[in-house]
Write a protein that binds this ligand. Sequence first.
Ligand code: FDA
Length: 305
Amino acid sequence: MLRQALLAASHSGAARRIVETAPGTRGFVRRFVAGESIDDALRVTADIAGQGLLVSLDVLGEDTHDTNRADANADHYAMLLGRLGEDGLAGSAEVSLKLSAVGQALDEDLALANARRVCAAARDAGTAVTLDAEDHETVDSTLRVLAELRRDFPDTGIAIQSYLRRSEEYCAELAHEGSRVRLCKGAYRAPESVAFTDDVEIDKSYVRCMRVLMAGQGYPMLATHDPRLIEIAGALASLHDREPSGYEYQMLYGIRPGEQRRLAREGARVRVYVAFGGEWYRYFMRRLAEKPANLGFLFRSVASR
Ligand code: FDA
């Protein structure tokens, strides 16, 4: 209930004004967001890479309905990728791209053209792009864009949300050689007609998808902080004789950092998803919705000002 309310508030202009201007909010936001500038993102990336972890960088900003903004967002990614290459960090960091940030809501071809520019900048820097999963209504379009991008940039990855009833089918189609699939539970609002809404069902679906990906020929990227799912991932890797280099765990910046380091110490590949930029509101609200207890920390942070 609270989760749904927080996700609804992520689309409310009034709620946005209250949250963005409340004193103390920004301090709490910094728990999940690496800062506003490319310099902030590179500093955090270097720090995480120094701990033996990998990074996926997300330039915040999504659901653009303005062509200039869509182009500017792609430019921002290209600039970031140039800096990753110059700073020698491209071996440790890829980027995550939301197609809605580069024009998907306006025109799929515009999003494809901008995503191509980002993929080309990633290739020049020596790294790759993963397409984030967004609203359920964008899935078919995102899969079409992925197929186009993979013709020229075969290492482009995609995120699949296990809450979608069709997620197992998507994973089966994507479990081929050279494919990179990030499996997550899903962080948006989705109706019962297309998505499981019960946590147990979402977890069971995650396990079914993980089985398909781990048994397949691609490179699974298991994005979860859930201890039970992490344990099952390890068991499936053993079952399918996957070397630690044959899959990776992924977690969000600011969430379970001790577990991220523990897995890396044990020899696993672990990638931290690091979001940065000024457009943090919706990303931040999704993090609150995932764990409504975070609201308590936020209120304390605001009250202590
Ligand atoms: P679950 O929500 O059950 O959490 C398990 C435990 O993790 C909790 O008990 C708590 O300890 C901790 N935890 C989880 N979320 C927390 C939070 N916000 N604050 C504090 N603690 C928290 N979604 C999507 O729709 N599209 C996408 O492209 C992506 N991409 C993505 C990349 C990466 C690297 C990750 C880790 C996640 C995503 N997600 C996503 C988000 C994902 O769908 C999901 O909402 C969150 O990962 C939370 O689900 P868990 O699997 O962690 O389980």
